[in-house]
Design a protein around this ligand. Structure first.
Ligand code: ACO
Length: 381
């Protein structure tokens, strides 16, 4: 008997359980569309910027030009990492995954925040912390990665936006406008997604009246797994096995027949498609055409067709992100950390929303363990 039949009030994986009220973002399952504070994410990716998106998520409204200029200036001024954080990253083992490095960075960073002593429910202090958290993400990711490669970190450039500055600190040289625009759009698409596992985990953490930096460490740890953000890296490793669409098609059929999980497909909330994936697929294919390398788009098409025909499963945002980043020359271990750079904005919005109207999150469970027995002294066991 399945747990749901046996226990009518229990939903494995909390599927369908309403665990909170939010005004931050909304998935319309009927139209497969996603809005941040009521604005379609496609419009933000097309016409806006990651900075505008982060402002919208934190403040609930799109910024005026003056507000955006001030927000950008604060972000740019807050990018540097304290020396102690660089030292901590330098001390990490060289084979440490960049997701674990960035978790180390935020664990150390909290105590350096000017509002470290603020009350956890101090809204204004939390917004100030959020801006510092968002500002430092790309610096932490690239510094950790470069150190693991035996290279020194590149200092942030205050004249560049988040996407351009990330690429600059990664490669040590400025990226072209097209690459920056693509990176910026992907950050916007990755910024926020209702009660996903990492945002929910971050909310659980701060709901104990813990602080935003602790919630960020929780969020990073939760995003790392391949059933969530880690799927973009796994999807690229999978794609790299194939030399042709035919190989990909045969492998996909076999994987489905043997009940393998295929990374970058499926979603708990969407039914027909993940609209972020559709948008990013268009961009990923466009990059392929511009670079004269349409192989990944063709392989992806072959897999998508089998997945839909056989199981009505569709690609999620992590599938096109994988080959878009690959075509842009981003090292694979940085795909999920890029997700962190974007998602710090959504996580912070969620944690602030939680703390503004807080109640401890503590669900119940069903006990299926042993009945009460007496303690047996160790000598008698
Ligand atoms: N490959 C193969 N089969 C799949 C996949 C997949 N990617 N996704 C779902 N299924 C199948 C399951 O095997 C299951 O089939 P069954 O009913 O015959 O046993 C059915 O669809 C339901 O799948 P669940 O895993 O129970 O669905 P759930 O809602 O719990 O999981 C999840 C959603 C984790 C996203 C799942 O689709 C998955 O594992 N996908 C691959 C990992 C991935 O891409 N994660 C990124 C998600 S998006 C994001 O976090 C940004």
């Amino acid at each position: 008997m399945s747990a749901t039949t046996e226990y009518p009030n229990y939903s494995p994986g909390l599927q369908g359980v309403i665990a909170g009220i939010t005004t931050i973002s909304h998935i319309d399952v009927e139209t497969s569309s996603l809005t941040y504070r009521g604005i379609n994410v496609h419009e933000l990716a097309e016409h806006g910027s990651f900075e505008e998106t982060a402002y919208l998520l934190l403040h609930g409204e799109l910024p005026t030009q003056a507000q955006l200029d001030a927000f950008r200036a604060t972000l740019a001024a807050e990018r540097e990492l304290p020396g102690a954080v660089i030292d901590a990253l330098r001390a990490c083992p060289k084979n440490m995954h960049p997701m674990d490095q960035v978790k180390v960075a935020y664990s150390v960073l909290g105590a350096f925040d000017a509002d470290y002593e603020a009350e956890p429910t101090d809204h204004d202090a939390n917004v100030r912390k959020a801006v510092r958290i968002i500002a430092k993400a790309a610096t932490a990711v690239t510094a950790g990665y470069r150190l693991s490669q035996g290279k020194e970190p590149v200092a942030p450039d205050a004249n560049l936006n988040t996407a351009a500055n990330f690429l600059y600190m990664l490669h040590g040289e400025k990226a072209d406008d097209y690459t920056v625009k693509v990176m910026d759009a992907s950050l916007t698409l990755y910024a926020e997604h209702t009660f996903n596992a990492s945002a929910f985990a971050a909310r659980v953490t701060v709901a104990t009246l813990s602080d935003l930096y602790s919630g960020i460490a929780t969020g990073i740890g939760t995003l790392k797994g391949p059933l969530h953000g880690g799927a973009n890296e796994e999807a690229m490793h999978m794609l790299m096995q194939f030399n042709s669409p035919e190989e990909a098609e045969a492998w996909t059929r076999d994987a489905l027949a043997t009940k393998k999980k295929i990374m970058g497909f499926g979603h708990r909330e969407y039914r027909k498609s993940d609209s972020r994936a559709g948008y990013l697929t268009k961009i990923a294919k466009e990059i392929g055409v511009r670079m004269g390398n349409t192989k990944w788009g063709e392989i992806a098409d072959a897999m998508e067709k089998v997945m839909w025909d056989e199981k009505q499963l569709f690609p999620n945002v992590d599938f096109p992100a994988a080959y878009a980043y690959y075509l842009l020359g981003i090292p694979i271990p940085l795909y999920t950390p890029i997700f962190v750079i974007a998602r710090t904005s959504g996580w912070c919005a969620h944690m602030i929303e939680q703390l503004d109207n807080n109640r401890l999150i503590r669900p119940s469970c069903i006990y299926e363990g042993k009945g009460v027995t007496n303690y047996v002294p160790i000598a008698q066991r």
